[in-house]
Every structure is written in structure tokens, then in C-alpha cells.
Write a protein that binds this ligand. Structure first.
Ligand code: PRP
Length: 182
């Protein structure tokens, strides 16, 4: 048994390593076409999006800059607390710049709603979102670039965690409820 390959806590693989890699290339190609000739800043929403961001920027064939923001909405539980707080802000000034937010998952949309409003108040040229997963809940924000529609289950891997674990799984899968139900 291996933690990475046949993790016993993952009941079902949703998206394999290869499917994710293909999808990230696809999004990267779209971003490359859309932002050609423009000054693009990609913002990573730590910590879940770090893996997606690292692969996405290497699929964008443009001289992008990167910055990092850390927000928190979940704590260590499985349901959104509804409270978003900035744990680490950007280092750079985004005024007049084209900003692309890289997110791993849009669930309730609370995190992105807050982030978009916050970033727009800093007068960027534009703010768009690239989300690898979207759960398409009612009222959740739309994202210009979306990888996969995700079922409403607790998913881990490729950056997504439960209690800070499973982020290093190279695929995305459904976590066994036994892990978080006591
Ligand atoms: C997760 C994920 C998104 C957010 C999405 O972050 O990375 O940022 O939740 O949920 P929402 O659409 O319901 O707001 P989390 O707060 O778990 O932190 P993490 O990125 O450190 O895993």
C-alpha cells in the first residue's frame, strides 16, 4: 500500500493525474491566447491552489508575474465557516494590472466573492478567475476559466486537503467520510 497510489482513505478517484494535466494545459492555452501582449499577474490563493498555480503558470506561454495571498474560510472542518479572513496579503500593487486569480475549488463561492471585491477595490485593469474545480452551487461566483465540474462531495488531492493532509496526492478523489465523521 502506498500513500500516493492507492490511499485507503480515498474511496473514489474523480480526476486522474493525466486528466488534470491535460485540463491544466487547456486552461493555460486559453489564458495564453486571451492575455497575449498584456501585463498578466497570476495570484495564487494559498494554500489549496499552490499545486494548480505551479502547473498553470508553466502552461501559460507568456511572461507572467506571480503573487500569493492566503485566505482562510474553512479551518480544519469540512463545512465553510462563512468567515473569510486574509492571513497573508499580496506583496505587489495591482493598480492598472490584469489579474488572474488561481483557485483550486469554488465551493460556496464565499472566498472568491470576498477576494474579487477586495481586489477590485485596488483598481486593477481587470480581475478574472481560473478555478480547477467548480461545485456549481447556487449563488456561487462564475469563473472565466474552469477545469472540472465537481460533485458536491468532500474531495482531496492536488492541493486540496482535509486537516492539512492529502494535498500531495497527484490526483483528486473523494475522501472516505469515516475520516472526518466521528
Ligand atoms: C478552500 C479552497 C478555496 C475555498 C473554497 O480553502 O482552497 O479557497 O476553500 O470554498 P468556498 O467557495 O466555499 O469559499 P480553505 O479555506 O480550505 O484553505 P486552503 O486553501 O488552505 O485549503
Amino acid at each position: 500500500m502506498s500513500f500516493l497510489v492507492d490511499n485507503p482513505d480515498v474511496v473514489r478517484t474523480l480526476f486522474t493525474r493525466d486528466q488534470i494535466a491535460d485540463k491544466v494545459q487547456e486552461i493555460g492555452a486559453q489564458v495564453t491566447a486571451d492575455y497575449a501582449g498584456q501585463d498578466l499577474l497570476v495570484i495564487c490563493v494559498l494554500r489549496g491552489a499552490a499545486t494548480f498555480m505551479a502547473d498553470l503558470v508553466r502552461a501559460i506561454d507568456l511572461p507572467v508575474e506571480m503573487d500569493y495571498m492566503c485566505v482562510s474560510s474553512y479551518g480544519n472542518g469540512v463545512a465553510s465557516s462563512g468567515v473569510v479572513r486574509i492571513v497573508k496579503d499580496l506583496d505587489c500593487d495591482i493598480r492598472g494590472r490584469h489579474v488572474l486569480i488561481a483557485e483550486d475549488v469554488i465551493d460556496s463561492g464565499l472566498t472568491l466573492k470576498y477576494l474579487i471585491r477586495n481586489l477590485e477595490s485596488r483598481s486593477p485593469a481587470s480581475v478574472e478567475v481560473a478555478a480547477l474545480l467548480h461545485k456549481h452551487r447556487e449563488g456561487a461566483v462564475e469563473s472565466k476559466y474552469v477545469g472540472f465540474t465537481c460533485p458536491d462531495e468532500f474531495v482531496v488531492g492536488y492541493g486540496l486537503d482535509y486537516a492539512e493532509k492529502y494535498r500531495n496526492l497527484p490526483y483528486i478523489g473523494v475522501l472516505d467520510p469515516k475520516v472526518y465523521e466521528h
